[in-house]
Design a protein around this ligand. Structure first.
Ligand code: HEM
Ligand SMILES: *[C@@H]1O[C@H](CO)[C@@H](O)[C@H](O)[C@H]1NC(C)=O
Length: 145
């Protein structure tokens, strides 16, 4: 009897440890602990915190979705060739194949509606979107508030 109780207790303990491990390795769960982000909803300002300097994680937005590109920090980290995109909406820059500052929407302005891009430029953006989808995880969406 006592043996049975001990075994059941041990199994419950192990289960709890496994479940807790699983929870803390879930990136979305960790993100919710971060007060700056509410359930994966970013604004240009909250996204900007993930530019790789204060926070080791790097996020960029493509067509309203936020990707965790931390794995690509040689590209987007401080000093990287595409560091301009870190913590920002990269959509217009990707469409135009440009990392000019003028392709980035200032943080206090509404999100880029991508008006004025040609069909080819929008297609180029879609190809980049595929690239990001295949390589990185979506961690949220970008909205104005
Ligand atoms: C001088 C011209 C350029 C060269 C030589 C170059 C070179 C490269 C190389 C070697 C890669 C890595 C490919 C891979 O291993 O997956 C790459 C990726 C990339 N390049 Fe360029 N690039 C150039 C211009 C640009 C421009 C103008 C943009 C602006 C949009 C850009 C945006 C990117 C992006 C977003 C990636 C993907 C990085 C990732 O997978 O996270 N590149 N580039
Ligand atoms: C990254 O964000 C921090 C604030 O979170 C800011 O001080 C820093 O200037 C930003 N770096 C770049 C390259 O924008």
């Amino acid at each position: 009897m006592i043996t049975t109780i001990l075994i059941v207790g041990l199994i419950l303990l192990i289960l709890r440890t496994v479940i807790n491990d699983f929870r803390s390795s879930n990136p979305l769960e960790e993100q919710e602990k971060d007060e700056t982000v509410l359930a994966g909803k970013f604004t240009p300002q909250t996204l900007a915190k993930y530019n790789g300097s204060d926070n080791p994680r790097i996020f960029i937005a493509v067509k309203g979705r936020v990707f965790d590109v931390t794995q690509g920090k040689t590209f987007y980290g401080p000093g990287g060739p595409y560091a301009n995109f870190a913590g920002r909406d990269a959509s217009r820059g990707l469409a135009l194949n440009s990392f000019e500052e003028s392709c980035l929407t200032p943080l206090d302005e509404p999100i880029d509606d991508l008006k004025g891009l040609t069909k080819e430029e929008l297609e180029s953006l879609e190809n980049w979107e595929d690239h990001f989808e295949n390589k990185y995880k979506v961690v949220g969406t970008l909205g104005n508030e």
